[in-house]
Design a protein around this ligand. Structure first.
Ligand code: SF4
Length: 481
C-alpha cells in the first residue's frame, strides 16, 4: 500500500518523485481500445521526461486561475499515475484514432457516449473538447502564456455572442477559430442544457463547412412510452448514417453492441470505486481525485480510451480497498468533514477548496446520473441506448431529480447539497431554487450557488466564502495548518 507521497518541485515544475518508480514499474500494463498495450516503463518515461518538456504549463507548481489545477501536490495511489498518463496523452490518442479513420465530434454534456464510440467517432463533450484545445495550444508554453491565450479565446467568443453565454463558449470559440480539427457537431438537443443548441446554431454562420446534426429529444422524458424510444432511436440512426458518410464505413448493430459492452464495463468499474470510497468511515483519498475519476468516467476518458480507463479504475479499487481496511484517511481530508453532494451542471466549486474549508465532495449528480446507466446488451442497440438515455435520473423533471438526489445523499451519509450553476446557464439557473426547496422540504440542507467563472477554473472569493459558511453551518471542521 502506498503512503501519500509529496510531489517534488524543480524549476517551478511539479515532478513525480523517483521513490515511486520501482513500485510503479511493478504494476500492470494498460490495455487500449485498439488492442495495443502500454507498459508502466513507457508511462513512467512519458510522465517524467516527455510530458514536462512538451506541456510545462500542466506541470506548473502554482495553481492557475484560468487553467485550473494541473497535477496534484500528493500522489495517493499508484494507479493515479495512469490516470494522469491518460489525461496527458488525450491529444496523441485522438490523433491516433483519427489516423485510423475515426471522426472527431462535439457532443453535449448529458447523453451516453456508447452510440458515438460504436460508430467510430471520438465523442467530446464541451469540457473534453476544451481540454483538447488546451493541449493543442499548450505545446512548449508556460502557464502564464497559455492562460493569456485562453483568456483571449473566451473573450473573443463572448464578444461575438453575448456577455453571459455559458462557459462552453470557450469550446465553440476554439472550434470557430479552428484550434481543433473537428469533423462534426452532433449533440442531442433539449436536454439539460440551454446553450448547446444556441451555440451550434451560432456555428452555422461561422463554420458553414462543418456538418451539424441535432439528435432530437422529447421533453416528456418518460421512457415507458414506446413511441418516444422509437423517436429518439430514429434520430440516432440518422446521425449514425451521417457519421458513416464522413468515415466511409458502415456501422453495424454489432459495432454498437461491442461499444455498449465496453461502456457498461467502464460505468460499472467507476460505480464500484465511488461506492467503496463513499462507504468508508472517512474518505481514504482526496475528493479531488475521486471527482476526477467521476468526471473521466462520465466523459469516457475525455472521449479517448474507455478500455484503458476501466482498467485504471479496477486498480484504484484494489488500492482503495486496502486503504479502507487499514483505516487510512486522505491527507487533505478533515477528520470531521461536512459531507456534500454537488448538483447542477458543468459547474462546481473546486474540491480542493471545499476540503480546505472542512468539507468533502461525495459526487455530482450530472456525472453520477449517467454512471448509473446499464444499457441492455441484447436486442436493438438503438432502442437500448435511447431507453437508457431517457431513464437517466438527472434528466427527469426537476422535482423528481431533486428527490432522487436527496435519496443518493442520504445513502452516502451526506450532510448537505450545493446546487451550483453557471451564470448564463438558463435551464439550471431556472430550476436551482426549486431543486433546493424540494431538498429542504424533505429535511436535506441545500444552498444555491451562482458561479460566473465562464470557463475559467477560478474559485473566486465570493464562491469560497459561501461554501465555507455552508460547511461551518453543517459542522465541518477545517484541516488545521
Ligand atoms: S453550463 Fe448550462 S448551458 Fe452551459 S453547457 Fe452546461 S448545461 Fe449547457
Amino acid at each position: 500500500m502506498l503512503s501519500s507521497v509529496k510531489m517534488e518541485v524543480r524549476d517551478g515544475l511539479l515532478r513525480f518523485p523517483e521513490q515511486l518508480k520501482d513500485q510503479f514499474l511493478q504494476t500492470g500494463d494498460l490495455p487500449l481500445w485498439d488492442g495495443r498495450r502500454v507498459s508502466p516503463a513507457q508511462m513512467w518515461y512519458f510522465l517524467t521526461e516527455e510530458a514536462p518538456r512538451s506541456f510545462p504549463a500542466f506541470y506548473a507548481s502554482k495553481h492557475n486561475m484560468i487553467m485550473g489545477p494541473s497535477l496534484p501536490f500528493h500522489v495517493e495511489l499508484l494507479s493515479q499515475l495512469k490516470l494522469y498518463y491518460l489525461r496527458l496523452t488525450q491529444r496523441s490518442c485522438a490523433e491516433a484514432k483519427r489516423k485510423a479513420g475515426w471522426a472527431l465530434t462535439l457532443v453535449n454534456g448529458g447523453p451516453l457516449l456508447d452510440l458515438y464510440f460504436g460508430a467510430h467517432v471520438i465523442p467530446m463533450r464541451p469540457g473534453s473538447m476544451s481540454s483538447l484545445m488546451l493541449m493543442e495550444s499548450a505545446e512548449g508554453q508556460g502557464a502564464t502564456d497559455l492562460s493569456a491565450t485562453l483568456e483571449g479565446i473566451i473573450d473573443d467568443g463572448a464578444s461575438r455572442t453575448c456577455s453571459d453565454v455559458c462557459r462552453q463558449i470557450r469550446t465553440h470559440s476554439g472550434i470557430r477559430r479552428r484550434l481543433v480539427s473537428v469533423d462534426l457537431l452532433a449533440p442531442y438537443t433539449a436536454m439539460r442544457c440551454s446553450d448547446i443548441a444556441y451555440l451550434v446554431e451560432w456555428q452555422r454562420a461561422g463554420r458553414m463547412d462543418l456538418p451539424k446534426r441535432l439528435i432530437d429529444y422529447p421533453w416528456d422524458h418518460d421512457p415507458s412510452k414506446p413511441w418516444k424510444v422509437k423517436y429518439v432511436a430514429q434520430s440516432q440512426r440518422e446521425t449514425v448514417k451521417m457519421i458513416d458518410q464522413l468515415t466511409g464505413r458502415h456501422t453495424t448493430d454489432e459495432d454498437l453492441r461491442a461499444a455498449i459492452i465496453q461502456m457498461n464495463r467502464l460505468r460499472k468499474a467507476c460505480r464500484e470505486l465511488l461506492r467503496l470510497w463513499r462507504a468508508a468511515p472517512l474518505p481514504p483519498v482526496s475528493s479531488q481525485l475521486l471527482n476526477e475519476c467521476e468526471n473521466k468516467a462520465h466523459d469516457a476518458c475525455q472521449g479517448a480510451d474507455p478500455v484503458a480507463l476501466a482498467r485504471v479504475f479496477l486498480e484504484m479499487h484494489d488500492e482503495t480497498k486496502e486503504m479502507v481496511a487499514h483505516g487510512v484517511r486522505g491527507i487533505t481530508v478533515s477528520p470531521h468533514p461536512a459531507r456534500l453532494w454537488m448538483s447542477g451542471s458543468c459547474a462546481s466549486p473546486q474540491a480542493t477548496a471545499v476540503e480546505r474549508s472542512g468539507g468533502v465532495v461525495l459526487g455530482r449528480d450530472d456525472r453520477w446520473g449517467s454512471l448509473l446507466a446499464n444499457v441492455d446488451e441484447d436486442g436493438d442497440p438503438y432502442d437500448n441506448i435511447a431507453r437508457a438515455v431517457m431513464s437517466n435520473p438527472y434528466e427527469q423533471p426537476a422535482e423528481k431529480r431533486a428527490l432522487w438526489l436527496v435519496e443518493e445523499a442520504r445513502q452516502t451519509r451526506a450532510n448537505g447539497i450545493i446546487f451550483a450553476f453557471q451564470w448564463g446557464c438558463n435551464y439550471q439557473a431556472a430550476i436551482s431554487r426549486l431543486m433546493c426547496d424540494v431538498a429542504k422540504t424533505v429535511g436535506m440542507p441545500a444552498i444555491n450557488l451562482e458561479m460566473d467563472s465562464l470557463g475559467r477554473a477560478s474559485t473566486s472569493e465570493q464562491i469560497n466564502n459561501r461554501v465555507t459558511a455552508f460547511i461551518e453551518m453543517l459542522g465541518g471542521v477545517a484541516v488545521s495548518g
